[in-house]
Design a binder for this molecule. Sequence first.
Ligand code: P53
Length: 480
Amino acid sequence: VEKVNALPKGFLWGGAVAAHQLEGGWDQGGKGVSIADVMTAGANGIERRITDGVKADEYYPNHEGIDFYHHYKEDIKLFAEMDFKAFRTSIAWTRIFPNGDEAEPNEAGLEFYDRVFDECHKYGIEPVITLSHFEMPYHLVKAYGGWRDRRMIDFFVKFATTVFKRYKNKVKYWMTFNEINNQTDYQREFAIFTNSGIQVKPGENAEEVMYQASHYEVVASALAVQIGHQINPDFQIGAMVAMVPIYPATSKPQDIMKAERAMQARYWYLDVQVKGQYPSWLTAYQRRAGYDLDITLADLDVLQVGKVDYIGFSYYMSFTVASKDNEPVDYHYNEAADLVANQFLQQSEWGWQIDPEGLRYVMNWLNDRYQVPQFIVENGYGAVDKIEADGKIHDDYRIDYLRQHIEQMELAVAIDGVDLMGYTPWGCIDLISAGTGQMSKRYGFIYVDKDDQGQGSLQRSKKDSFKWYKKVISSNGEDL
Ligand code: P53
């Protein structure tokens, strides 16, 4: 197919980060302890541990991050040098409400984000803001058990309302919960803790707890959407999911049905957040499983009203699933057990299966199902970078990954007619990995001198991909 110029003028090219992974300053400016502050460093294949509060003898990589808290001017200047039109970050809830249940917000925290957003606007960069990105107040975990408690809705809505009002003229693009669907993998301690601040108790049904927490979150999200639109009708408020398409292992009909159910199980959040209602398979499943969920009729009304304006999503990889010989009739999806390798795909060093065409596939899938604008708010390649003797970093592997994904993204727009708002690849500056707590799993165009033990000067330098991405943006995606 002949190459067609795809992207509209005003397309939001940029980069993405999250507060807890880069800011540092974990106890400065009145900030409270977040769930990210009690997670140790893991390694490739080794899970991070969640400690009972902050312990003096543990290393917590997010406490310092890359110290964006003190380097934000320098870093935003570098983003501007790449010609960024948008910068996605999150507001650390604990800077605004240190414990989460206070009556009044912390002014010093609010002022920090005033400075960050002003700095962006100085260069014509639009902030794109996630409200809750794996960093809720740890106090809410201890005192309320995280999102298993309905009172969380009020705390979140108060936080959202506070920042919507404060930044109503500085921020137009918002998302409520980052990768709200990671907790589909509820057997993984990391997923349900980072999404919902939940530590499953012995004897508890983790899936039931996950569905309850998820319900309170989608209600809180819908309320925030409604309130945000009242505060500023120009706000664009999105959902945010991790899009990992799940393919059938073969054309065997049972594999097809298994993959269908897996997709339903991973993406029902969008049925609720975009279409305003629970899908029938899930309501039926929850009833059959005998889950005693607190889902009221008033909640269902809220969901109908608080529909999002767009779908923000991350895209890194695809999954593949196979049915079992004795597959149960409900095709129940168990993410921890049901996935198989895809023989057609290469993996990153961290086992993430690289699949550029999968990006075009999910864009079509979302478009057919939801018919709302899309925003790719994360995409990227975590890799170990090597510094040459002359200080240069030749990260061709990262350029290749991004180029192939941008090509597919452009096909989805030009050939398939997808309405795409922007593209903000993940970790535009090296930061702490969410999954492993490593520094050495790097995504950036900008290198940060710091290692997995927390040693380093924090000095910033440009990788080869820096110049490449600047060229991509300046040509509006023509020159890859
Ligand atoms: P890290 C799993 C699968 C897909 C995306 O991830 C994920 C995760 C969690 O590990 O997280 C998102 O740092 C998330 C970011 C995160 C990024 O992807 O584990 O929104 O906070 O850093 C990359 O390599």
